[in-house]
Design a protein around this ligand. Structure first.
Ligand SMILES: [Fe+2]
Length: 251
């Protein structure tokens, strides 16, 4: 940890870096777990409490920007897209783009990771489960990009009984599927290859609240025009609304 003197004040330069904590992680051991579970890792304690607290402090301002969706038998809940986070939650955007943070994720995957282009409303987003029954059904986080898509979920607020349920090795005929379910409490994380991990969030109970953050990284930012269209339609209908997705994509 380094320090610097600024106008007689001692400034802790690492304290200003929200990703400094990754240097304290046992990266080789976590990498072995990630690989052994077919590119999947769940940690109950990951993001430092002070970083999570700063993210939580943005929630009241973001609540007005929630776009709610209901797709019968598949999904009910609210979302806030990257465009809103760009305006209202700079520290969330900064962590998404933080080179030290991305380098740690690259150490997990063994891949060079790219941040998603500005045209992708899902690059970073918040999911708000605030009404009884809010949930999302079983799915993969399918990559519409030319390369792999990795999802990082971070717990921000969780006053709920909702669980992240997941099945590993779903696409592997040689391996028995491994199933588990976990609460994504504040500070917890789940990082996985979106095309490999079958997952869902179970329905929210009465008077419960669950807010989580998603970061998306890819190995190749190229996407065909047709896949971009399909991806935009999915994001419009299931997450952010047509106005957020298509108006922004014109830029
Ligand atoms: Fe997902």
């Amino acid at each position: 940890m380094s320090t610097a003197s600024v106008d007689g004040m001692i400034a802790d330069t690492d304290a200003a870096d929200d990703a400094a904590f990754v240097d304290q992680l046992d990266t080789p051991a976590l990498k072995r777990r990630f690989d052994a579970d077919n590119e999947f890792l769940f940690l109950d304690e990951f993001l430092p409490a002070d970083v999570t607290a700063r993210f939580q402090a943005r929630i009241p301002d973001l609540t007005e920007a929630i776009h709610r969706n209901y797709i019968p038998k598949h999904k009910k809940g609210g979302s806030v897209s990257r465009y809103t986070l760009d305006e209202l939650a700079p520290e969330i955007v900064a962590l998404y783009r933080n080179p030290r943070f991305i380098a740690w994720l690259e150490a997990m995957t063994g891949e060079t990771l790219e941040i998603c282009p500005e045209s992708d409303p899902h690059a970073y987003a918040l999911y708000f489960y605030t009404e009884a029954g809010d949930h999302i059904g079983w799915h993969f986080d399918t990559s519409y990009y030319a390369g792999k898509r990795y999802t990082l979920l971070l717990g921000v607020i969780d006053e709920s009984s909702s669980k992240l349920e997941f099945e590993l090795f779903k696409n592997d005929d040689e391996r028995e599927t491994v199933s588990d379910a976990r609460n994504l409490r504040p500070g917890a994380m789940c990082f996985f290859n979106g095309d490999e991990v079958w997952h869902r969030i179970t329905p929210l109970g009465e008077n419960e609240r669950r807010i989580s953050l998603t970061f998306e990284y890819v190995t190749d930012t190229h996407m065909s025009r047709w896949r971009r269209f399909v991806s935009n339609m999915k994001d419009s209908i299931a997450y952010f609304g047509f106005k957020q997705v298509f108006k922004r994509n014109k830029r």
